[in-house]
Structures are given as C-alpha cells and as structure tokens.
Design a protein around this ligand. Structure first.
Ligand code: NAD
Length: 479
C-alpha cells in the first residue's frame, strides 16, 4: 500500500495527522493507499524552505534550470506506466487516457526546459543618447501551487514546469484524491537532484493546508485550478495580501450542431467530449445546442452512438467511460441525475452492467428544460448532457453565451461564415470548429473568460506572463 509523505527542503518528512484510506473508485473493495492530512505547520515550513532556496535558484542560468527539467522529463517517461496505473487506481481515469496524460506531462517538462534558452526580454530604444534600455522577465520568488484531482499529472506539471524554469521555487498542495500520485511524482522528480527547497510538496485538506498557504505562508504568487467557489475565495484572499494570483476554474461548455453538420463525424466528438473521463474535465461538453430541423435525426444518431459507450473498470485497456473519482463526486453527480430524471425528459441513458462495487454513473442525455434550469447553468462535472433546441445560428450563439462560465465551446458546421462568426462571437477562451470541446495542446495558451478564470492563461508561452514580472533596465555609457 502506498502512503503519503511530505517533501520539504529536500527531505521526506513524516506527517502527523488524520489518516484517510484511499479506495479504488473502480472497485471500492480495493484499498490503494493511505494519506495523512498534515496540519498547517508543514506548509509554513515548506514556504520557509522555498524562500531559502529562492535566491540561489533564481541566480542559475535558464539553461542550467532547463537541464533539471529535462532530467525530470526523462525520469517521468521511464516511469510512465507505473504513474498512469497509480493515478487510474486513485481517481478512476481510464488507463489509456491516463497514459496520454503522463506523456503530456513529459512534453510539458521538455517544452518548458527549452524556455530556459529562449528570448526573455526586449531591447527598447531610449530617447536619450548613449543609453541602452532593455526590459527582462524576472522571477516572482516563491510560488504556491494548488491543484485539482481531475488531471493529477498534467495540471501540476503545467504549473510546476513554467514556475521553475522562470526561476521561482515551488510549494505544491495537490487535491486529496490525487495525493498518492503527487507523492509518487515527487519521488520521481527528487531523483533529478533539484537543489534542496526548490520544490516542496505538502499533503492535506484544502481547508487546512490550502488555506494556510494563501493566508499565512510567505509566498509571492498562487496558481490555483479548481472550482469557481474556491477560486473566488483564493482570489479575494490573495488580493488582500497583494499576492499575484491565477485562478483557473469551472466550465459549462457548449457544442453547437448546425443543420449542415456531418452528423456521422460529429457524434463521436460529442460523445468523447461529454463522456471521456466520466465528464470530469473542465472542458467537457455539458450542453449540446442543436438546430431544430435536425433535432430528431441527431437524437437517433446519438442513441445509436451511445449504445457503444459502456462503463468499464479504469484499468481495462479499452475503457472509455470509467467511474467518477470519489464518493463525494458520486453523490454530487447523482443529485443532478435525480434532478434530471425528475424535471427533464430522458433522451437516452446508458446501463451499468458491471458487477463491481464502484462509483459508476451511466451516461445520461436529457432535454426539455429551459435555459435557466440548473442542469443548463450549473457545472455538473459528470456524465450528464442537456440538449437545447435553437431556431438558427443566431439563437444558438446566444444560448452558448448565456452562462456565467467561458471556458470552451465548439461548433459543428460546414458553413465557413458561421464557423468564423462563432470563433469571433463565442465568449470563451477556447473556441473550436468541428472539434470536441475538450482537448488542449500544451504549446497553446489555455484558460477561460468570465467566471472560468482570473483572465490569465496557462501553458504555451502565455504561462511565462504569470510566473515572471517585468523589470526595465537603463544604462548610460556617456558618464
Ligand atoms: P476544488 O475547488 O474543490 O479543489 C481544488 C483544490 O483547491 C484542491 O487541491 C483543494 O484541496 C483546494 N482547496 C479546497 N479548499 C481550499 C481553500 N479553502 N483554500 C485553498 N485551497 C483549497 O476543485 P476539485 O473538485 O478538486 O476540481 C474540480 C474543479 O476544477 C471543477 O470545477 C473543474 O471545472 C475545475 N477545473 C478547472 C480547470 C481549468 O483549467 N479551468 C482544469 C481542471 C479542473
């Protein structure tokens, strides 16, 4: 059985606190490991260790920091199968998707390793003679990283890698239901030989460790991904302490299907966007807006497509739809399933034919509720989709934008005018034509508009904007 520990100042520290047994969501009779929920003192200790290491790490050249990231990438790649398996057992993501996620972590580390030798400043003409003026990116100092469980490898790495390459030291607090994977990742990264205190891990509850990190730890910036409710609390607390923050939050992503769409090609993308990872992606398709004229034929095709989507154990190599991650998730998503059965019209619902005790929720597609209904407006974060009819493109885009969220959206059409108008008018950070709402490439900026984000972006070169600050320098050579 795997156990959690904290990595502080280059040493493993045994935590003292409440122990929680982590059960495999695919088979709740199986125990995966035990985590110990640390008290707030360890996070303060981690902050001090990160502060002590900060100056030395910032003084290294970008290329020297990059070498550590290349080592981390190689080490992670050599442990790909093992990390993917542990994460699948801990939070229920199908193993094939989990392997792709670990590989994405490897790519992210290599991408940001190379940032160490890319341009990070500008030479700016001065209005004075014999003055050289330039501006450069400099590190922030100590960065606190708070992550969710739904991408237990990729999200932490898309924060840790740019933070480190920019010259910051890191304290990472993962979600409770991804803590075993976080400890294993840290054991692997520790072999890269990062100087002590540059990278620290503390396991515990968000309300204890997370809160202590944002309220008391000596920190210069917080990067958070999680729910909009917690994100808003983090933003308010950081603003009061004048700490730079980034909050990447929920979504209620729409796919629009116009009457000229290629339905045969569209259906697999709608199903994949809605039901892979059991709908637990921030970019999962949650609303499908369909032009009225094709609603009936679209529903027939959806029913046909869904008949191939079966619930499976996450370690089944062919698993497409696994369990949801935890008992809490199971209960929350089921309240929406019950609401849907009560107040909406079920279009199609899958069956659970598995004989295993696990957090399995069959896929559900419903229609017949108004645009202001909870099913249409609240983030469900499970395998539940609501269909909405639209008279035409104009109404479809209006419905798409009538939400507090703004993470991702797709349109399925062959009409180039509608495709371009959608790209212009959809109020989301990720807009896609004839592609599913989920799916992000590590080299592109990622993040949402409206309540989905604090308006910064992660990944790609955009991440450097968050993990650095600009310093403008001027030198006169006439004195
Ligand atoms: P969550 O908000 O419950 O928790 C996220 C993290 O915050 C966890 O590590 C948790 O322990 C910590 N936390 C909880 N309370 C805290 C507090 N008071 N102070 C500091 N930290 C605290 O979210 P979750 O259930 O882990 O993840 C699901 C959510 O994440 C969904 O809303 C999903 O849309 C969102 N998400 C967003 C993105 C994105 O990039 N926009 C990506 C993945 C997930």
């Amino acid at each position: 059985m795997v156990e959690s520990r904290n990595w502080i100042g280059g040493e493993w520290i045994e935590p003292v606190g409440e122990k929680v047994v982590i059960k495999d969501p695919s088979n709740t009779e199986m125990e995966v490991g035990t985590i110990t929920l640390s008290d707030g003192s360890h996070v303060l200790q981690a902050g001090e260790a990160a502060r002590r290491a900060s100056r030395g790490w910032a003084k290294l050249t970008g290329s020297a920091r990059g070498e550590f990231l290349y080592k981390m990438a190689d080490l992670l790649q050599s442990h790909l199968e093992e990390v993917a398996q542990l994460a699948s057992q801990e939070m229920g993501k199908p193993i094939s998707e989990m392997k792709m996620e670990v590989m994405r972590g490897v790519h992210l580390l290599r991408y940001y390793a190379a940032e160490g030798v890319r341009t990070h400043g500008q030479l700016i003409p001065s209005t004075q003679t014999e003055v050289v003026q330039y501006s450069k990116r400099v590190p922030l100092g100590v960065v606190g990283i708070i992550t969710p469980w739904n991408f237990p490898v990729a999200i932490p790495i898309w924060k840790i890698a740019p933070a480190l390459i920019c010259g910051n030291t890191v304290v990472w607090k993962p979600a409770e239901y991804a803590s075993l994977t976080a400890v294993r990742l840290t054991e692997i990264f520790a072999k890269a030989g990062l100087p002590e205190g540059v990278f620290n891990l503390v396991i515990g509850k968000g309300s204890v460790i997370g809160n202590q990190m944002i309220e008391k730890m000596d920190v210069d910036a917080i990067s958070f991904t999680g729910s909009s409710m917690i994100g808003s609390h983090i933003a308010a607390t950081c603003a009061k302490r004048h700490i730079k923050y980034q909050t990447e939050m929920g979504g209620k992503n729409a796919a629009i299907v116009l009457d000229d769409a290629d339905i045969e090609k569209t259906i697999p993308m709608i199903l994949s966007g809605a039901f892979r990872s059991a709908g637990q992606k921030c970019t999962a398709t949650s609303r499908v807006i369909v032009e009225k004229g094709i609603m009936n034929s679209f529903i027939d095709a959806l029913r046909q497509g869904l008949s191939n989507v079966k619930l499976s154990h996450a370690l089944d190599p062919h698993a497409y739809l696994g369990p949801v991650a935890s008992k809490e998730q199971y209960q929350t998503v089921n309240t929406y399933v019950e609401l849907a059965r009560r107040e909406a019209e079920v279009v199609v619902e899958g069956a659970n034919t598995l004989q295993k005790p696990g957090y399995y929720i069959p896929p559900l597609i419903v229609k017949g509720v108004g645009n202001d209904h909870k099913l249409v407006q609240e983030e469900i974060f499970g395998p539940v989709v609501t269909l909405l009819p639209a008279h035409d493109f104009e109404e479809a885009i209006q419905l798409c934008n009538q939400t507090v969220y703004g993470l991702s959206a797709s349109i399925f059409t062959k009409d180039v005018n509608h495709a371009f108008r959608f790209l212009e008018e959809a109020e989301v950070g990720m807009v896609r034509v004839n592609q599913e709402t989920a799916g992000v490439e590590y080299q592109s900026p990622f993040g949402g508009m409206k309540l989905s984000s604090s308006h910064t972006r992660e990944q790609g070169v955009a991440a450097l904007d968050f993990y650095t600050q600009w310093k403008t320098c001027a030198i006169s050579y006439s004195v």
